[in-house]
Design a protein around this ligand. Structure first.
Ligand code: KG4
Ligand code: ZN
Length: 366
């Protein structure tokens, strides 16, 4: 079973081919991030326009790369040959930016009709967890887990748009245990980076700066939510703002955009390290609590923040079972995770979507 995945929910235009839900044959990711950096965040219109330009070259490259074991002649570009052996198309239809999702979904719908393939509609957030099912690849540069996760499976999804704890009893049989009630954890990384004058996206730049700092320099508050497994990250973001103002001897009225130039590099590093420790502890505390209650066979993480070495370190230290992490390249948005979940849909007889009518669902929940 070979599925071509298409992912365009945010700034990455990505396509991949996955076989049998475990073998990664290709994964092409083109990000328009360079165009958004100057604005300090993803600009939806720019992202959508970039998807239009990139989508077909990215899909064709994913098909071509997937044939790497055979000699590919360039005439194949003009023929249907690259589609031989592809059993279906999976596409992210939500959650995400409306304009961006539209490009992926309309492309997938059109290809499904022209190439006569079934179309599988994939929830982006579920997809993040399925990146962990990839255990084999002929591609170089990927470090994959040695074995697939087992059910019951506890999944922690931590990205720029989501922070959720989910218990899967089996494929397509899951319960949402809790989620953020305000900002996502990745959003908090991005906003704190902005206060510290570190480049967007904030996750990688905070991680880098934190290496120079003392994670115990400051005590930042952990949110207490009424829902047992719910999160909140707006409080810690405000706490960082107040801390930065206090560190330069100013009160709450001092504008946040002027803070970075007054903070020393040591202060920035200590704030970054302390924030990272506490933000990660917040999700790890609830993951451990859920582990103790549900005793899953596997714990997996997904989403951009799952690339964080601090998150991986804290989980490995505190979880009583060995955790395998996937390649950081498969934590941030990619077509491989969508193709993988598409494989399980196809292999488990889940209904295909109507290629003529599938709509986007920007606010899709789990
Ligand atoms: O999953 P993703 O690529 O997009 C969404 O679905 O949101 O996640 C992007 C988020 C951003 O907030 C980014 O700052 C964060 O993931 N991120 C990281 C790291 N790499 C990306 N956060 C912490 N550490 C990282 N190494
Ligand atoms: Zn994502």
């Amino acid at each position: 079973m070979k599925i071509l995945g298409i992912e365009t929910s945010c700034d990455e235009t990505s396509s991949a081919v996955v076989e049998d839900g475990k073998r990664l044959l290709s994964n092409v990711v083109l990000s328009s991030m360079d165009l958004h950096v100057a604005y300090g965040g993803v600009v939806p219109e720019i992202a959508a326009r970039s998807h239009i330009e990139a989508i077909m070259p990215v899909v064709n490259q994913a098909l071509l790369d997937a044939k790497h074991e055979q000699v590919v002649n360039t005439d194949e570009w003009a023929t249907n040959d690259l589609w031989n052996g592809i059993d279906g198309i999976a596409v992210t239809y939500g959650a995400g930016l409306g304009g961006s999702l539209l490009i992926g979904v309309l492309t997938a719908r059109t290809l499904a009709v022209i190439k006569n393939k079934p179309l599988y509609a994939v929830n982006h957030v579920e997809g993040h967890i399925y990146a962990n099912f990839l255990t084999e690849t002929p591609l170089s540069g990927y470090v994959l887990p040695k074995s697939q996760p087992q059910f019951p499976l506890l999944g922690l999804i931590v990205s720029g748009g989501h922070s959720q704890l989910v218990l899967w009893r089996d494929h397509f049989d899951y319960t949402l245990l809790g989620q953020t009630q305000d900002d996502a954890i990745g959003e908090a990384f991005d906003k704190v980076a902005k206060i510290l004058g570190l480049p967007y996206p904030g996750g990688p730049s905070i991680s880098k700066k934190a290496l120079e700092g003392n994670p115990n320099a400051f005590d930042l508050p952990k949110s207490k939510m009424p829902g047992k497994y719910d999160f909140s990250f707006s409080g810690i973001k405000t706490a960082v703002l107040r801390l930065a103002q206090a560190e330069i001897g100013q009160n709450y009225s001092y504008p946040s955009f002027k803070l970075a130039e007054r903070l020393s590099e040591t202060q920035k590093a200590d704030i970054a390290a302390s924030f990272q420790r506490v933000a990660v502890e917040t999700v790890v505390d609830k993951t451990i609590q859920a582990y103790k209650e549900f005793r899953p066979k596997s714990v997996v993480i997904g989403g951009g923040v799952a690339a964080s070495t601090e998150l991986r370190r804290q989980l490995a230290e505190r979880l009583p079972l060995p955790v395998e992490y996937t390649d950081p390249k498969l934590c941030t948005d990619n077509g491989a995770m969508i193709a993988t979940l598409g494989c399980y849909k196809a292999m488990n007889g889940q209904p295909a979507a109507d290629s003529y009518t599938l709509e986007i669902s920007p606010n899709l929940s789990m």
